[in-house]
Every structure is written in structure tokens, then in C-alpha cells.
Design a protein around this ligand. Structure first.
Ligand SMILES: C[S@@+](CC[C@H](N)C(=O)[O-])C[C@H]1O[C@@H](n2cnc3c(N)ncnc32)[C@H](O)[C@@H]1O
Length: 236
């Protein structure tokens, strides 16, 4: 989804580890490969495309979080909604392991952590295979010269529309109002999504959706008294 200019044409699954000597310097690479069923490594992840019902042993609505961080939101969401299946994408080995530990501690057999790049998420899901996408505090890259690194670009929404079935949803929480504005601007000209609501201060005024689950970064910004912005979209 939303590949950056100059990005390699080879899929993430075949270039997932960078230079081979990185294996020695990152112990979490070893840990994530041996963790168990809660983590799916990049090399295996594309084989799940179109067959996530087999991974979970049932055909429940599937929700995807892009960039799980420490995994607290993923584990909480999976525990509170056992009738749904939850997949969390994360690129960093250490955070994959931390998130999987939380999923395991929560006893959430309906959640998996997948090590993959969110820019190539279409390699993991067939069209319409998701009921929802949740983007919680994507890296801001707020300086205009860094805009090329952002996840939320005009093309993001149409990429997401291929993955989410009609009637599904997309939720964004962010500390960078530029992400919220970009998403709301893209919805205005999209024929695939409609805007259900926005918030410019989730902590003070509430989230656009019911029963908001606080993420690790959201808690951090809350402690600092900084606003968190939200946008809630429906796939039409
Ligand atoms: C600012 S943190 C937010 C973490 C969490 N969602 C939260 O709200 O606490 C952004 C996360 O996205 C991950 N990330 C950055 N680029 C990514 C990519 N291309 N694919 C998947 N995850 C990525 C980072 O490693 C980090 O864990």
C-alpha cells in the first residue's frame, strides 16, 4: 500500500532482514523467529494471504493494526472482542516480541503479530479480507521535507479500500494533526469511504467511536497534556 518512490520492487518478505550481519547485533531477531504461534515472521506472512480463516481456525471479522508498538492496544482489543480476530503489523523485532508477550499474557488466541512493512500490506491480505484497519499514532514525519516517509498520503485510502470489505471501518488516532487533515481531505474526494466523525481531543472531548482503548503512545501524550486527534471512516 502506498509504496514510497525508489522502494525496491522485491517484496518485504525477501528483504526482511537487511544486511546479514544485523542478525548478530539484534537478539530480538532470534527471539521473534522462535517465539511461537503469536508471531508470524515476514517470510511466512504472505502465505496467509486469502487464508486468514485457516490461521485462526474460523471465519470471524478480521481487524488489522498498523504499527503495534508495545502491543498493549492489540492485546486489549483482542481480549475485549473475542468474537473478532486481530492482526498487528510491526516492523521492529523488539516490538514484535513485546507485543506477542502481551498477547500471550492476555490469553488472546484471536491475535497475531506479523513482522512486515505497512507499505506492503497488500501482500498479506486478499481484497476485502479485512473488516477494519486501525492506525494508532503512525510516525508523524511532520517536517515537510520528510513527508515522503508518511503512511497517510493521498494514495493510502484507496489502498486501504481494496483490503476492507464494504461496511468495514478505518480508525486513525494521531498526535500529528497533519495526518488527520490528510485523511479527512482524502475522504472528501473518495468514492470508497465516508466520514463517520472526527475528534481534535480524544482525551478531553472523547473519540468519534465508542469505548476507546488507549494505546501506549496515546497514554504518553495524555501525560504530557498533548491532544490526540481521531478520524473514523466507513467503507461504502
Ligand atoms: C509511534 S509508534 C506507535 C505505536 C502504537 N501504535 C501506539 O500507539 O502506542 C509507531 C510504530 O510503527 C512502527 N512502524 C514504523 N514504520 C513501520 C512500517 N513501515 N511497517 C510497520 N510498522 C512500522 C514503529 O516501529 C512503531 O512501533
Amino acid at each position: 500500500m502506498n509504496r514510497r518512490p525508489g522502494q525496491s520492487a522485491a517484496p518485504f518478505s525477501t528483504r526482511a532482514h537487511g544486511p546479514s550481519n544485523r542478525h548478530e547485533v539484534n537478539p530480538y531477531r532470534h527471539d521473534h523467529e522462535r517465539f511461537g504461534k503469536e508471531i508470524i515472521a515476514a517470510e511466512q506472512a504472505p502465505s496467509r494471504r486469502g487464508g486468514w480463516h485457516t490461521e485462526f481456525g474460523r471465519d470471524a471479522p478480521r481487524h488489522l493494526e498498523l504499527g503495534v508498538g508495545n502491543g498493549s492496544w492489540l492485546a486489549d482489543s483482542a481480549s475485549r472482542a473475542p468474537d473478532r480476530d486481530w492482526i498487528g503489523l510491526e516492523i521492529r523485532y523488539k516490538r514484535c516480541v513485546q507485543a506477542a508477550e502481551k498477547v500471550r499474557a492476555a490469553g488472546a488466541s484471536n491475535a497475531r503479530v506479523v513482522r512486515y512493512s505497512w507499505f506492503e500490506v497488500e501482500q498479506l491480505f486478499a481484497p476485502g479480507e479485512l473488516a477494519g484497519i486501525h492506525v494508532n499514532h503512525p510516525d508523524p514525519w511532520s517536517h515537510p521535507s520528510d513527508a515522503k516517509h508518511r503512511l497517510i498520503t493521498p494514495g493510502f485510502l484507496e489502498g486501504a479500500a481494496h483490503l476492507v470489505a464494504p461496511g468495514g471501518e478505518l480508525r486513525l488516532k494521531t498526535d500529528f494533526d497533519g495526518h488527520q487533515l490528510a485523511l479527512v481531505g482524502a475522504v472528501a474526494i473518495s468514492t470508497s469511504w465516508s466520514l463517520l466523525g472526527t475528534s481534535n481531543d480524544i482525551r478531553g472531548a472523547g473519540a468519534p467511536w465508542p469505548d476507546d482503548i488507549v494505546t501506549g503512545y496515546q497514554a504518553k501524550f495524555g501525560k504530557e497534556g498533548l491532544p490526540v486527534f481521531g478520524a473514523w471512516l466507513r467503507r461504502v
